[in-house]
Write a protein that binds this ligand. Structure first.
Ligand code: CU
Length: 172
C-alpha cells in the first residue's frame, strides 16, 4: 500500500499530538505531586469525628521543637478552628494538619500555596508543611458543600515566635 507523503506527514503529526496530550495529562497527575487522599491520616467516625480522641478538642498542639499538629474539623460552613478563631502557629513551624469532616465532602485549600486537599467524611486528610515568615494565609473550602459554601473560609496566622510564646498552647 502506498501512502502519500503528505498523508504520512499528517499521520505522524497527529500521533505526536496524541503523545503530547497524554504526556501533559500524566505530568498533571503525577509531576506536580498530586495524590489521592489516602488512609495515611487515619479514619474517624464520619457522623461524629469529635468522638475520636484526636478531634475531641480541635486546635493547635505542640509535638516537638518547632513542630505542631493542628486538628481541624470542617462542617457546613466553617473550619474549627480557622473560621472565627484563626489557626495560629509561630514562624518557621513545621505543621501537620489533620482535617476531618463532620458532614459532607469539603476542601481545605491554603490560598496562594499548594497546600490543598479534599476532606472526605470518615477520612482524615493529613498534610505537613513548613511555614516561613510571619504572615496571614486564607483558607478556602474548594469542594461545593452547600448553600453557603462560598462563605466557608478560614485564617492561618503565622506569628513571630515571641507573640506565639505569650499564648497558651497545649502539649500533645
Ligand atoms: Cu465548601
Amino acid at each position: 500500500m502506498e501512502i502519500h507523503r503528505f498523508e504520512r506527514a499528517w499521520l505522524v503529526a497527529s500521533l505526536a499530538l496524541i503523545v503530547a496530550f497524554v504526556g501533559t495529562i500524566v505530568y498533571g497527575a503525577v509531576g506536580a505531586g498530586v495524590a489521592m487522599v489516602d488512609d495515611g491520616g487515619g479514619t474517624v467516625d464520619a457522623s461524629s469525628p469529635t468522638d475520636s480522641p484526636d478531634f475531641r478538642d480541635p486546635g493547635v498542639y505542640r509535638t516537638g521543637d518547632g513542630e505542631y499538629d493542628v486538628y481541624v474539623v470542617a462542617r457546613q460552613f466553617q473550619f474549627s478552628p480557622g473560621s472565627g478563631t484563626p489557626i495560629r502557629v509561630p514562624e518557621g513551624a513545621e505543621v501537620t494538619f489533620h482535617v476531618a469532616s463532620g458532614d459532607v465532602t469539603h476542601g481545605f485549600n491554603v490560598v496562594g500555596t499548594n497546600l490543598n486537599t479534599m476532606v472526605i467524611p470518615g477520612q482524615v486528610a493529613q498534610l505537613t508543611v513548613e511555614f516561613g515568615d510571619a504572615r496571614t494565609y486564607h483558607v478556602a473550602c474548594h469542594e461545593y458543600c452547600g448553600a453557603a459554601h462560598h462563605d466557608m473560609t478560614g485564617t492561618i496566622e503565622v506569628v513571630p515566635q515571641e507573640d506565639f510564646d505569650a499564648e497558651e498552647v497545649s502539649e500533645a
